[in-house]
Ligand binder design. Structure first.
Ligand SMILES: [Zn+2]
Length: 449
């Protein structure tokens, strides 16, 4: 077994060639989508002799997968399930449009997922002395976050408490906790790690301050699921210091349902490490031509599964661009791919009054204003009936008086557009039922035809 830290370039390449060959054997035998694609392109098994031959295969787009997720599940179809093929669990992607897309893992895949989570813990410098407070909510359809945080602690053999924020089901009012109870839980179990979505973490920390609760045991915060910039990192660290944590740090993960885990930092600024180079292969290609870009240059990220039995994706476009490095990490010594920049959507920019706006920059600017609890940015038209009327940027925000008066200038500085600040209570319908992976900017404009 090749270890993340002891692997040499040769041993890793040899292992990956073997894994890829076995994956191609299985895919040619029993993968409905790729069998049909190979037939259309006239590609045979013999055309894929090595990693270098991968480029004969066009990238798989999210639209292909979303259109027919069952066709991405490795067969053989109709055979009685055995320990390799029996479905262990199904998680769903959180696409911005349409129905959630199932991502199936089998009995073979689940130990691999535990190994991914174990490696993420190692890269993040977790020890047996650590304990986790899982702040992910239960979602209406299963996503990875809540369950995989529990599994990560199982894989690493450390204690975890699930805070279960919110009310997961109206039918079961005894399940779930309100914000104050979550704060009380955090104070009681004294976790060394808080793990959750940035916007909710921020809320917990702000409420803990209001209640005068202390969180001196916290040394690390794991965030995933939403964009998280350097300003937000500094805000969370300052909040934790005020709560008594002597030296808190934030560890950011770039996660994807298609990984059932995430690419993590070993230390701030070291990039986002592929935790399982024996399971995942990453490429960066030109978004237009799909030709490889040189290491260190920005490219569209492609993910290939090297060792899966359920949903299997080859050269799958995650829809994000980033700069990729393949050299050994100078900080932790791991030999694996690293993303040197925070990945961002190829198509993520939104035009408001002619300005191209990155929604994550906008939300980052709002949330980093002290005194802001929660926000939702909305872009619509001054006259909703007139598609050609002026764009209007509104920010619904739960905040203090001071924060409200500071937000205009802060947002204009960050994105070049002056917003309308609408102060609302936390019970405002815009915050209700928006799931754990909220859209940073709701665009309500009708397309101009
Ligand atoms: Zn590292």
């Amino acid at each position: 077994m090749t270890d993340l830290f002891s692997a040499t370039p040769d041993s890793l390449a040899t292992l990956r060639e073997a894994r890829l060959a076995a994956t191609f054997d299985r895919v040619f035998a029993a993968h409905p989508h790729y069998r049909a694609l190979f037939a259309r392109l006239g590609l045979r098994r013999a055309d894929f002799q090595s990693l270098a031959d991968m480029q004969k295969l066009p990238p798989t787009l999210k639209a292909d997968y979303v259109a027919d997720p069952a066709s991405f599940q490795l067969g053989p179809q109709g055979a009685p399930p055995d320990e390799e093929t029996a479905v262990w669990d199904t998680m769903y992607t959180t696409g911005s449009t349409g129905a959630p897309t199932p991502f199936v893992s089998t009995g073979y895949d689940f130990p691999n997922i535990l190994a991914i989570q174990h490696a993420m813990m190692r890269l993040r410098g977790i020890t047996q002395a650590d304990s986790v407070l899982n702040l992910f909510p239960l979602t209406r359809v299963p996503h990875g976050a809540f369950a995989r945080a529990m599994h990560a602690c199982a894989a690493f053999g450390i204690p975890v408490t699930a805070a279960l924020p919110g009310r997961p089901s109206e039918r079961r009012p005894e399940i779930g906790q309100h914000l104050d109870a979550v704060v009380a839980t955090a104070a009681r179990v004294r976790p060394s790690i808080l793990w959750g979505v940035p916007s909710y973490l921020h809320k917990v920390l702000a409420r803990a301050e209001e209640l005068g609760a202390g969180l001196p045991s916290v040394r690390l915060v794991f965030v995933t699921g939403e964009g998280f910039g350097e300003e937000a990192r500094a805000t969370v660290i300052a909040q934790l210091r005020r709560l008594g944590a002597p030296d808190p740090k934030v560890s950011v993960s770039y996660g994807a349902t298609e990984m059932q885990g995430g690419m993590v930092e070993c230390t701030a600024g070291a990039g986002y490490h592929n935790p399982a180079p024996d399971q995942f292969l990453f490429e960066a290609v030109d978004p237009e031509t799909h030709l490889p870009v040189p290491d260190g240059e920005e490219g569209l990220l492609l993910l290939t599964h090297l060792d899966r039995r359920g949903t299997v994706l080859l050269r799958y476009s995650l829809g994000d661009v980033a700069r990729l490095a393949r050299t050994r990490c100078p900080h932790c010594g791991a030999l694996t791919e690293r993303l040197l920049t925070v990945p961002h959507r190829v198509d993520g920019l939104v035009k408001i009054r002619g300005m191209l706006v990155n929604p994550l920059t906008l939300v980052g600017a709002v949330m980093s204003e002290p005194g802001v609890r929660e926000c939702q940015a909305i872009v619509d038209k001054e006259d909703p009936a007139d598609a050609l009327s002026m764009d209007r940027l509104r920010i619904k925000v739960v905040c203090t008086d001071e924060a409200a008066s500071a937000l205009h200038a802060r947002v204009r500085l960050a994105i070049g557009v002056t917003p309308i600040i609408e102060r609302v209570g936390p019970e405002d319908p815009v915050f209700a039922d928006r799931g754990w992976k909220a859209k940073p900017l709701l665009d309500l404009r009708q397309p101009v035809v």
